[in-house]
Design a protein around this ligand. Structure first.
Ligand code: NDP
Ligand code: DGY
Length: 324
């Protein structure tokens, strides 16, 4: 019997090729750069055995009901899983594939780029060149904060958190702190990183980099209290998920000068409305969720997602299956 799969977006061709060349696999796709409308998602998934989805698709009870009992596997083109109703998925015995590791380098690289953009005020400085604000070399103009001899606090020393620390270390960082659900001496050893409570990480870090997963425990974790504890000279960077941050509290902290600057690759909502208050601030650099956006990475993610899906459909071990 042919297996039918629904793909919720146009994905890199290499990934789609893996699916369309697989024998016994019938592919239906929302072939657009834009997200599938909810009604199309519900219709497209009906009767599917496999679903290849994106982080922008909310896969909840309604979608699972629409799919029906034949749905065997969900493969997400992401390492983040917060868009999936995992309890409900587990209850129904559906397998889940995801894309860890293959995007770690690209996301860590972007995190460093964002950190440097925020702390050295790159977008603001480049804008001054265009607008004629650059009148002469001035000793007190466009100064920021450097990494040399600094303390960097990493919230979530997982795959991406470690890859960020590895890249920042050669900049002359003096001390790494980290927080998470518990100490990870093996991961921390490479950086001599110290496990500390969140409050201490906020108080002692010159740079805070958020690289944790979004979970009920991390939602809204970076809030008024957190920003109040940070130094006025510190820089906050988030490349995890927007909802880890209370954005109203971040806005106040940036606008009141409680912290020096922020760099965000992720926001709530996405896209961030163009009239959002955060976009009025010079000391906030915002990117459109491009952490994993290199051609090679996205292609590799698509192939991995396709292989996960096929393996799940065939009842074989997936290259990267989530343990539910
Ligand atoms: P990992 O699972 O390797 O790391 C997640 C980390 O989150 C773990 O170290 C975990 O620590 C930590 N964490 C969990 N709970 C808490 C907590 N309460 N406080 C602090 N830390 C906590 O995942 P990856 O590094 O591969 O990816 C991390 C996240 O990055 C993804 O979930 C995704 O949301 C985001 N991401 C964003 C991208 C972008 O484009 N901007 C690209 C790729 C990923 P512990 O083990 O101690 O629980
Ligand atoms: C993920 O994989 O979770 C990212 O946010 C996009 O690559």
């Amino acid at each position: 019997m042919a297996m039918s799969v629904f793909v919720t977006r146009r994905i890199p061709a290499e990934g789609l090729r893996v699916l369309s060349q697989a024998s016994g696999c019938r592919v239906q796709q929302w072939d657009s750069e834009e997200p599938v409308p909810r009604a199309e998602l519900l219709a497209g998934v009906a009767g599917a055995h496999g679903l290849l989805c994106l982080l922008s698709d909310r896969i909840d009870r309604e979608v699972l009901d629409a799919a029906g009992p034949g749905l065997k596997v969900i493969s997400t083109l992401s390492v983040g899983l917060d868009h999936l109703a995992l309890d409900e998925i587990k209850k129904r015995g559906i397998r889940v594939g995801y894309t860890p590791d293959v995007l770690t380098d690209a996301t860590a690289e972007l995190s460093v780029a964002l950190l440097l953009s925020a702390c050295r005020r790159l977008p603001e400085a480049a804008q001054q060149v265009r607008s004629g604000g650059w009148t002469t070399w001035k000793p007190l103009w466009m100064c920021g904060y450097g990494l040399s001899d600094s303390t960097v606090g990493i919230i979530g020393l997982g795959r991406i958190g470690q890859a960020v620390a590895r890249r920042l270390k050669p900049f002359g960082v003096r001390r790494f702190l980290y927080t998470g659900s518990g100490p990870k001496p093996e991961s921390a050893a490479e950086f001599g990183a110290e496990f500390v409570p969140l409050a201490r990480l906020a108080e002692e870090s010159d740079f805070v980099v958020v690289t944790c997963a979004l979970t009920p425990a991390t939602q809204g974790m970076c809030n008024k209290d957190f920003f109040a504890r940070m130094k006025k000279t510190s820089v906050f960077v988030n490349t995890s998920r927007g909802a880890v941050v209370n954005q109203e509290d971040l806005y106040e902290a940036l606008a009141q000068g409680q912290i020096a600057a922020a760099g965000l690759d992720v926001t709530t909502p996405e896209p961030l409305p163009t009239d959002h208050p955060l976009l009025s601030l010079q000391n906030c650099v915002i990117l459109p969720h491009i952490g994993s956006a290199t051609y090679a990475t996205r292609s590799t993610m698509a192939v991995l997602a396709a292989r996960n899906l096929l393996a799940g459909l065939r009842g074989e071990p997936m290259p990267h299956e989530l343990t539910l």
